[in-house]
Ligand binder design. Structure first.
Ligand code: SF4
Length: 222
């Protein structure tokens, strides 16, 4: 992975481009998260376009765009719903409590955040953490499709119902979680969002069980 000038870290020199002051633009991230700011060379243009994107109303209230983290290409990709408050502050996906649980789940299959690609269906935080609406998801869809093409994963795990709906629009997550389906030459595995497991502790074991099949899917031994 190449370290490039990152729009999430680099102050904007043109004051007309954004009203956000430089001191707010510079996130103070814990040292452990700094590797997640590295931008894969192939993703740089997409990340920069996202950083300036005005295509839906979420552009008006975001602090930072949250394009994604991790290497590209990468065999394993996770797609969540939308950035929350901490993600909006740092410009990184899954860095709050849900992210800590995601880290635990990754550790259970011998992976870590630096060797998986993580993003959301929308790249800007909905106010008050409301659900992203269909217009916002549609406006952001091209970025996600480009990321999937750049990452070219063998396995995509959707986290929560909004990313699940991209492939399984008529299904309920309670009925299809953990069932891997092949689409366009890769496995798509719908899973609960880690935040759901924080609200309902019984889902922790369910998510761990759903994660346990990922190594077999990656190895092609299913
Ligand atoms: S959510 Fe997506 S489409 Fe909307 S402003 Fe952010 S980057 Fe653009």
């Amino acid at each position: 992975m190449t370290t490039l000038a990152n729009p999430r870290l680099t102050p904007v020199s043109d004051p007309q481009r954004s009203p956000v002051p430089d001191d707010i633009r510079r996130p103070v991230a814990p040292a452990a998260l700094l590797p997640l700011y590295e931008v894969p060379a192939g993703c740089a243009t997409t990340y920069e376009e996202i950083a300036d994107c005005p295509a839906c109303v979420l552009a008006k209230t975001r602090s930072r765009t949250v394009p994604g983290s991790g290497p590209a290409p990468c065999d394993l990709m996770f797609i969540g719903e939308a950035p929350g408050q901490r993600e909006d502050e740092l410009g990184l996906p899954f860095v709050g409590r849900s992210g800590q649980f995601l880290d635990d789940l990754l550790a259970s299959i011998g992976r870590s955040r630096t060797d998986v690609y993580v993003t959301n269906v929308v790249k800007c935080r909905p106010p008050a953490n409301r659900d992203p609406n269909p217009e916002e998801i549609a406006a952001c869809r091209d970025y996600l499709d480009r990321q999937i093409a750049l990452v070219a994963p063998r396995v995509i795990a959707t986290l929560g119902r909004f990313s699940m709906a991209k492939w399984f629009p008529a299904e309920r997550i309670s009925q299809i979680h953990g069932r891997a389906v092949q689409r366009d030459g890769r496995w798509i595995v719908p899973m609960y969002h880690p935040a759901a497991a924080l609200r309902d502790g019984s889902l922790r074991a369910v998510m761990k069980q759903d994660f346990a099949q990922i190594p077999s899917l990656l190895a092609g031994t299913v």
